[in-house]
Design a protein around this ligand. Structure first.
Ligand SMILES: NC(=O)C1=CN([C@@H]2O[C@H](COP(=O)(O)OP(=O)(O)OC[C@H]3O[C@@H](n4cnc5c(N)ncnc54)[C@H](OP(=O)(O)O)[C@@H]3O)[C@@H](O)[C@H]2O)C=CC1
Ligand SMILES: O=C(O)[C@@H]1CCC=N1
Length: 265
């Protein structure tokens, strides 16, 4: 089964890296094309992928087409490949804010489509991907596509109406969590650690906290209560962070993300 990626940027590369690591696909079965040859060709060569000269060539050589360009480029790309695309060819689209209805308008009324919202942790098979399929994806194809998505991390089926909200607390939140890790490590630098050591300490602590929550099923609030010894240091820190508005700052950031991805600003 040949999987063709239109777009070879951050998210396409994260998914491809994860797929190759998981060995569900061999490199020769992945085709790729991007806007600039000097960007996509070295990546293809390094990983043993097939670099195509045009989007149309890639489309006609692929069994499954992955749309990995920014939302503004989706329409021109789908217009460009219109004569190469078969109306039975499954499409996976990760373009934020582009609905299945819109994708059908730009392809065919009966195009099999899986809309996804992945995150860049997919590169390490630690992704979190939302999926929504239309009714034209036959069971066999849907199973195959879900197997690919499961190979790069956890998968959750969601109605499309939840995609922007999900994206804010997952796709975009990778950056927000790294922002927090960076803030912790800068605080570490303030108190004498070199940046690399401080970042390692902050990142490992974040990883351990996430693993503990998932494994224990505890809520974050329960863990916070355990860490805050009575009259101790952590409660002083929590109260100072709240006084500075951490919770509100995070929620405002999520609000802005959702507004942007739904076109409300
Ligand atoms: N980054 C993320 O964490 C996430 C991204 N997404 C979605 O993934 C999609 C891609 O985002 P991201 O990877 O960040 O963006 P990038 O800008 O990193 O990648 C976009 C890719 O599209 C290529 N491209 C541009 N125009 C064309 C064209 N006409 N034909 C073929 N390829 C073209 C670019 O080529 P070149 O570089 O040569 O210009 C580049 O390889 C977006 O729709 C985004 O909403 C979804 C979830 C998370
Ligand atoms: O910033 C963006 O638009 C994309 C969507 C989710 C993460 N990155």
């Amino acid at each position: 089964m040949k999987i063709g990626f239109i777009g070879a940027g951050a998210m396409a590369q994260a998914i491809i890296d994860g797929l190759l690591k998981s060995k569900v696909v061999v490199a020769e079965d992945i085709l790729i094309h991007g806007n600039h040859k000097n960007r996509y060709e070295p990546y293809a060569k390094k990983n043993g992928l097939v670099a195509c000269e045009t989007n149309s060539e890639l489309t006609s050589k692929s069994d499954i087409l992955v749309i990995a360009v920014v939302p503004a480029v989706v329409q021109p790309v789908l217009n460009e490949i219109a004569t190469s695309l078969k109306n039975t060819q499954p499409i996976i689209s990760m373009a934020s804010g582009i609905t299945i209805d819109r994708l059908q308008e730009l392809t065919s009324d009966t195009q099999p489509i899986l809309r996804i919202l992945p995150n860049v942790n997919s590169a390490y098979n630690a992704g979190m991907t939302a999926v929504a399929a239309n009714k034209y994806l036959e069971d066999e194809n849907l199973t195959e596509l879900l197997k690919l998505m499961s190979a790069i991390g956890e998968v959750i089926e969601l109605p499309e109406t939840q995609f922007a909200n999900f994206s804010a607390i997952s796709g975009s939140a990778v950056a927000y969590i790294d922002f927090f890790i960076d803030a912790l490590s800068r605080a570490g630098v303030k108190y004498g650690f070199d940046k690399a050591t401080a970042t390692k300490i902050a990142a490992q602590t974040t990883l351990g906290s996430a693993q503990s929550l998932i494994q224990s099923g505890e809520t974050p609030a329960e863990v916070i209560d355990k860490v805050c010894s009575p009259g101790g240091d952590t409660i002083a820190g929590i109260l100072a962070m709240e006084q500075a508005g951490l919770l509100n700052a995070v929620v405002k950031g999520i609000d802005a993300t959702i507004e942007k991805s739904t076109g409300n600003n």
